[in-house]
Design a protein around this ligand. Structure first.
Ligand code: AMP
Length: 146
């Protein structure tokens, strides 16, 4: 049985502007912002404006446009952090590792031989996240103006 979308989840609150975030990108389809407990430098989240709990309840017609935003933000994250690669993660339900129940895609910059940091529950320095957000946003406007 599928579980209903809860509009009180933290990412819905971020979408409504009730909770702040370090914003990287926003349009009518998606919002991208820095993960507050980054597992890699430049760890970015992309969420759809459509209220979906996970991948499986995302309406088919909204999925394609959303994934195009994920691709676009991923390219900017890679360029801004000069990463050698990217790990893209998306979790569904507690058993699948999901903690926040609004569909989100993790974009994790990667470098050879550098492991992801464990989830410690430790929040990153706001100034550091702000600087990454600005750098990625700048790379985004560069890649889209080309
Ligand atoms: P998961 O649902 O397992 O994909 O994990 C949710 C992710 O959201 C984790 O990586 C958290 O660090 C991140 N997170 C939780 N609350 C916030 C917040 N207020 N702003 C940014 N990222 C958050």
């Amino acid at each position: 049985m599928s579980v209903a979308y809860d509009p009180q989840n933290i990412f819905a609150k971020i979408l409504r502007g009730e909770i702040p975030c370090h914003k990287v990108f926003e349009d009518d389809v998606a919002l991208a912002f820095m993960d507050i407990m980054p597992r890699a430098d430049g760890h970015t989240l992309v969420i759809p404006k459509t209220p979906a709990r996970g991948l499986l309840d995302m309406p088919a017609d909204a999925l394609g446009p959303f994934m195009l935003r994920v691709q676009k933000v991923a390219a900017a994250v890679k360029a801004a952090t000069q990463a050698e690669g990217l790990t893209i993660q998306q979790f569904n339900e507690s058993a699948g590792g999901q903690v926040v129940f609004h569909l989100h895609v993790h974009i994790l910059p990667r470098w050879d031989g550098v492991a992801l940091r464990p989830h410690t529950g430790q929040m990153a320095d706001g100034e550091v996240l702000k600087a990454y957000a600005a750098k990625i946003a700048a790379a985004l406007s560069e890649t889209t103006s080309r």
